[in-house]
Design a protein around this ligand. Structure first.
Ligand code: IPE
Ligand code: IPE
Ligand code: MG
Length: 250
């Protein structure tokens, strides 16, 4: 079934996560600086949320800045943080119009004040919107999220009547409930643009059973059609979760 078909479909992912990669290469190919690539990438990020909503997707998470990206040249890091501080307030009216609920996955504490304030404002102003969740992954790292959940778990077991037994019986579902992502739907489809075939510390826990889709398109060139092709590919996959095809049929 085509992703362009209207109406709800079980073949439609609930949660799509995107590693928006290729901004730097896009800029270099045009003789521009890397920040020009990030600016164009931010435009596409704005658009992709609208396209996703039109396709009926309920949650989209966008990898905007990884825990490892702090090691990039200072000028680039500063430029990215400024972009956030400037563009987010400008995008607010559009988010309200499209009923976008803006959320964050990641640790905001090391962000410069201006970027953090812009993020917090976008979160609070859009908190009651129900059209689509935009989850911006900012200073996000999958390994860091798992470590944070381990710490949460150790605190949680202490609140149980038999801590040792609670730890012994801990299952993946309980553990996920202690993760930053506890109130986000499991990742169904992970898209990476830019041609690299790696996860780069994105959504590690849910990557366990997400469908992976790699596109060679550089992020600033990513189009509505490219998203549709990814969604159509997703619809053609059989998610077996370890079972056999025959089991799924019955
Ligand atoms: C992704 O594009 C954006 C961020 C990591 C912030 P890149 O900046 O990684 O672009 P390439 O991979 O160098 O082309
Ligand atoms: C992943 O892209 C991070 C974001 C898109 C924010 P990178 O460009 O940082 O990943 P690597 O370095 O190629 O693994
Ligand atoms: Mg990259």
């Amino acid at each position: 079934m085509s992703a362009s078909a209207s109406g709800a479909s079980p073949a439609l992912p609930v949660h799509v996560g995107i590693i928006m990669d290729g901004n730097g290469r896009w800029a270099r190919a045009r003789g521009k600086n890397r920040l020009a690539g990030h600016k164009q990438g931010a435009e596409v990020a704005r658009n992709v949320v609208r396209w996703a909503k039109e396709f009926g997707i309920k949650q989209i998470s966008l990898y905007a800045f990884s825990t490892e990206n702090w090691e990039r040249p200072k000028l680039e890091v500063r430029g990215l943080m400024n972009l956030l501080a400037i563009l987010l307030p400008k995008t607010l009216p559009e988010m309200m119009q499209n009923e976008v609920r803006f959320r964050i996955l990641g640790d905001l504490s090391p962000l410069p004040g201006s970027a953090r304030k812009a993020v917090e404002l976008a979160c609070s102003n859009t908190a009651n919107n129900t059209g689509i969740d935009l989850i911006l992954c900012l200073n996000y790292g999958g390994q860091q999220e798992i470590i944070a959940a381990v710490k949460q778990t150790l605190q949680w077991v202490q609140t149980q009547s038999d801590p040792q037994q609670a730890l012994t019986a801990l299952n993946p579902e309980q553990f996920r409930n202690l993760m930053w992502r506890h109130n986000i739907a499991p990742l169904d489809l992970l898209i990476r643009t830019g041609g690299e075939m790696r996860i780069s510390n994105f959504h590690l826990w849910d990557a366990a059973y997400a469908e992976l889709y790699f596109s060679s398109v550089l992020w600033p060139d990513f189009s509505r059609k490219d998203l549709q092709v990814a969604l159509d590919e997703y619809a053609s996959r059989e998610r077996r979760y370890g079972l056999t095809s025959e089991q799924l049929e019955t």
